[in-house]
Ligand binder design. Structure first.
Ligand SMILES: [Zn+2]
Length: 298
């Protein structure tokens, strides 16, 4: 199988289905978009890796939304952990994210701390805002070894869909790379009827999970291995595998001076007076972009 540069390229998602196995999946690989998002912050390595993993997960989960509509938000927080808050979201192929952490606490943990060390007793909220305006949210404890494991628990508990997720992150001289794989069993196909139980032991799912589970982190972040090749390696013995290109991924934020002017204008005068600094200017920070917006004359 020969692959063009575009097929191998970074910052894209591949969607696939295994119709005979009632399964669907996504593969993603993020490269330049991660560097762009991370460049807005000065994070230590452990936090860069954590956010890179979260962004790959946001792309995987967000791409389950119907194309071009809705938003997926991941928010992980804790009361006393080295990481206080991690937030990232996906909307129509656009990703953004940031982390609030304590530098000294993170430094004491070393370069590759386990999830529990970063968050202590933490929780992950997974929120799907779908195009119709409805919101689906599930909150799971951050108890596993990784954010990916916490997302698996979310699907099992909140959506009752058996789901396998793998994410690998690598950073070196050429920048940060995150690769991810998500595979789900859909008892009645992609637009399935009501699901009766979580059937982790369904023979089709056991088969698909065994194949998908053989994906290695090195493969997911290997820039010479195209996304199609990953799907091919895992599922080439299946009778039918349908692949379809998903969104290209880019960095995107909704912050703008116009956006904040509109927002501030809705506050009553006495509250706006409290927000003004000595120069009569209201300064608003976008945590995603580490950028301050100065709003005068309001
Ligand atoms: Zn912003």
């Amino acid at each position: 199988m020969s692959e063009s540069a575009a097929e191998i390229g970074f910052d894209r998602i591949l969607r696939f289905t295994l119709p005979d196995r009632d399964a669907r999946g996504r593969v993603v690989r993020l490269g330049p978009v991660l560097d762009e998002i991370l460049s807005a912050h000065d994070y230590p390595l452990a936090i860069r890796h954590l956010l890179a993993e979260a962004l790959a997960l946001a792309a995987l989960l967000g791409s389950l939304l119907k194309e071009g509509a809705g938003q997926l938000t991941l928010q992980a927080q804790t009361e006393a952990g080295a990481v206080r808050l991690l937030a990232c979201d996906y909307r129509g192929g656009e990703l953004r994210g940031y982390v609030q952490h304590d530098d000294d606490q993170v430094a004491a943990l070393g370069p590759n701390p386990p999830l529990f060390a970063l968050f202590g007793r933490g929780f992950l909220a997974v929120t799907f805002d779908v195009a119709s305006g409805r919101r689906y949210q599930g909150i799971v404890p951050l108890e596993g070894g990784s954010l990916a494991e916490a997302c698996e628990v979310y699907f099992a508990q909140s959506e009752q869909v058996p789901t396998l997720i793998r994410v690998g992150v690598r950073s070196g001289g050429e920048g940060c790379v995150a690769g991810g794989l998500l595979v789900q069993h859909l008892a009645e196909g992609e637009e399935g009827r009501e699901r009766l139980h979580v059937r982790m032991d369904h023979p089709h799912w056991e088969h698909v999970a065994a194949l998908a589970g053989s994906a290695r982190h090195e493969e997911l972040v290997d820039p010479t291995l195209g996304l199609e090749s990953i799907v091919w390696r895992l599922f080439h013995e299946e009778r039918e595998v349908r692949v379809e290109s998903g969104h290209a991924i880019s960095r995107g934020c909704r912050c703008s001076i116009e956006h904040y002017r509109e927002l501030i204008a809705r506050f009553p005068e006495e509250e706006r007076a409290d927000m003004r600094n000595n120069d009569g200017v209201i300064v608003i920070d976008c945590a995603f972009c580490s950028k301050a917006f100065e709003i005068a004359g309001l």
